[in-house]
Design a protein around this ligand. Sequence first.
Ligand code: FRU
Length: 542
Amino acid sequence: MCLEDLIELAGGLSNIYRVLLPEHHVSLAVRNPDVIKDLPADVVLEKVLEEWHLTALSDETVNEEALFELGRSIEAHQRAQLIDLAQPVACHYRPSWHIAPPRGLLNDPNGFIFHDGQYHLFYQWSPVGCAHTDKYWVHTKSDDLLNWHWNDVALTPSDWFDSHGVYSGHAVSLDKALMVFYTGNVRLGAERYRQTMQCAAISQAGEPLHKIGPVIRELPPGVTEHTRDPKVIYRNGKWMMFLGTQTTAMQGRLAVYHSEDLHHWQFDNLYGHELGDFGYMWECPDIFSVNGQDCFVFAPQGIPSESEFNTVPHQNRIAQVSFNERDEISISKLQILDHGFDFYAPQSMETPDGRRVMCGWMGLPDELKHPTCHSGWIHQLTALRELEFVGGKIVQHPLRELSALRGELRDIQLDNASVDLNTKTFELLTELEWGARLRLFEDDQYNVEIYLDPIKHRLLLDRTNTQIEEGDTVREVELSSGNVALQILADNSSLEIFINHGEAVMTARVFTPESATRLSVKDATVNLQVYELQAPTAPYRA
Ligand code: FRU
């Protein structure tokens, strides 16, 4: 059966919302099965979980060009639905200077790059509801790393190779062209068998991204379909692609490919064996150099936590890597990138003046119940941070451009007292002695507390007394001795705490009422510098 005939049998293009290619077959998911009549013997209409699929044996007339055309029709329908979904809902938890979705669910940052004179930052988006459904890529752009503008929905899950999600990936700048690599996620049959391909799309001279299709169709040997999130770099005269993967022995690893032309890829090897059992899957690899040190960032899943308070198996790590003369990789000296609650799947890029700037997802894979869901959206991206490699370690600072958001400075001294800041959008600089407690986002009922435990020499971040609906409530980090310097970025429902000039960072979503704008100090006398932060352009559809 040719594709055109199957489309006609399905009731025409407008009745089709998905196309799948299970082995030797083509399946069309249809909106209304009742219009399908008089099926030939070799065509089956069956219910697969919640969907109606019309399936036929595929023959040579079902070529990729015809499938691509069908994808464009599905895409046009998906884009028509997005017009309303791209309008932001009002909600007092909404950040005033972080990137958040207009509605729906945001997860990983994607394609973060400086290209052709502008910064580009995409993100994973499920436009409907607060669940992880078929992902889209939203494209935001900026001239200054502060004002982010909604550009468009760059990629939609409309093709046979990405029908259940245009998953995460990175971008490469090729003069005027921007090429992005992503994982096409597909689920087949009632078992929802996962099919994974690494795909590419290209934008010429600022035009919308145009899908090229899969560039890697087969899995490397010894891994499962959990192989995803391509990062592509140019090194030693060739392109290298890094993928997070899971071996058939359920160990997280890094898969590496190389290419001469970005279209044809050869598998090199799996790396990370020196880490032994370090989680069952590694997501979102990033590889880059900071002050001459090559680093590997990844999101290991299923590793034990170093703290009794942390029950989340999905974590973040940065490691030092070395490449030998054959570009084989060894990984060592792991550091936790963020000790807070909500930090995952970060990506980085290099600014024209040579800084390494990182953005993460301020959320976690299993975290799906936030008070924002009552308004129809969930999660946001983190502030941008600059990474440096100093004294054998990575240190992190808020992006220096963020200081342009500072409004008036208030110098406050508190001795076991409180002050109403009348805002939840501020930057706070202070130094605390051991034993001190600092409460933020406070009213008579709610607050989040930073406590410097003098016995264990740990900073504890406690969000027990907040409107949290799900998730851990305490995080801790061990610190070097001496007073503790804090630089805190607050944005309505988030805190990013940079400790001891970047020695450690803690990121948290914190929900308290809109009017909970008090700050208080217990068991200490504290000098605080507080800047109200001014909102830049909100990155929503104009
Ligand atoms: C990480 C992740 C990636 C995947 C994407 C799907 O949060 O699971 O591995 O590509 O999210 O949205």
